[in-house]
Unconditional design. Structure first.
Length: 278
């Protein structure tokens, strides 16, 4: 760890980019192991920074495609001088992942808190995007995120209040999600204020639910979580759904009329959307 720490201190990190470099070799090793990276795999690394994870990825993968926004970090990555490393200077949210490789890719990413949801949406596509070209190119995703965000990704309707929400449903609709290990704040430089976690998202070939209208389902869940302090009924009616239909649908599903959206499972949301369209 001392080696990584000393190397990290030579680089001027940028707070605006949310840079916290992983300096714990045990965690870096776990990323390689959990991602099950072999010489048959092409890896897309998002936000490689100065390349501490990258230099291990290139030893195990057939090819590593590193997408980095910071020009100074790219200069550090170029020092690795590996034949199987391609460095792309771009914002991942503006990158067409489907065009990066002819092969399917495994994604490894250490991403800032403030762009977690946009990046997951970019990788997996929205709920009603049934043939997303980025998702079709991706096998598995290993994300390093703040522990709080990780809890939201893997949450259920039985989780603590505010953990279960739109990010949960988007993630689980297109991937099988699991926290694979917690990572203490001192495993990074500079150390963030909170702990992190490694999350595995194994991309689904088909969406979690077989629905008649995916766009309508997306409208329902977006409305259900629009105002957490309000009941599901009031959220839906406030979003323009017919009051009588909403009341009947909630009753027909055997739900309490004062239930909040965060208490419905993804499957129950699917049934609710079906009832509202009936």
């Amino acid at each position: 760890m001392v080696d990584y720490l000393q190397r990290a201190k030579f680089f001027r990190t940028k707070k605006r980019l949310g840079q916290n470099f992983l300096i714990n070799p045990d965690v870096i090793g776990d990323i390689i192991d959990f991602a099950n990276i072999t010489k048959d795999n092409t890896v897309l690394e998002i936000g490689p920074g100065v390349g501490f994870v990258t230099e291990q990825l290139v030893k195990h993968a057939k090819k590593v495609i590193a997408v980095e926004l910071d020009e100074e970090a790219i200069k550090e990555l170029e020092k690795l001088d590996c034949d199987n490393l391609e460095i792309i200077h771009n914002d991942i949210l503006k990158t067409d992942i489907s065009a990066l490789s002819e092969d399917s890719v495994k994604v490894v990413a250490n991403i800032p808190y403030y762009i977690t949801s946009p990046i997951i949406a970019h990788l997996l596509g929205e709920i009603d995007d049934l043939n997303n070209k980025n998702r079709n190119k991706i096998k598995d995703i290993i994300l390093m995120v703040q522990e709080e965000v990780a809890r939201r990704i893997v949450a259920t309707e039985k989780s603590q209040s505010k953990q279960y929400g739109l990010l949960t449903i988007l993630s689980q609709f297109w991937a099988d999600c699991e926290i694979i290990r917690l990572v203490g704040r001192k495993s990074f430089y500079p150390a963030p204020k909170v702990n992190s976690a490694l999350v595995s998202l194994k991309v689904r070939q088909k969406p979690l639910l077989d629905l008649k209208d995916y766009s309508f389902f997306r409208r329902v869940i977006k409305a259900a979580f629009s105002q957490r302090r309000k009941t599901l009924k009031n959220c839906l009616v406030g979003a323009g759904f017919d009051k009588e239909k909403v009341t009947k649908a909630i009753s027909d599903l055997g739900l309490d009329e004062n239930i909040r959206g965060e208490k419905l499972s993804i499957q129950e949301f699917g049934k609710l959307a079906g009832e509202l369209q009936a």
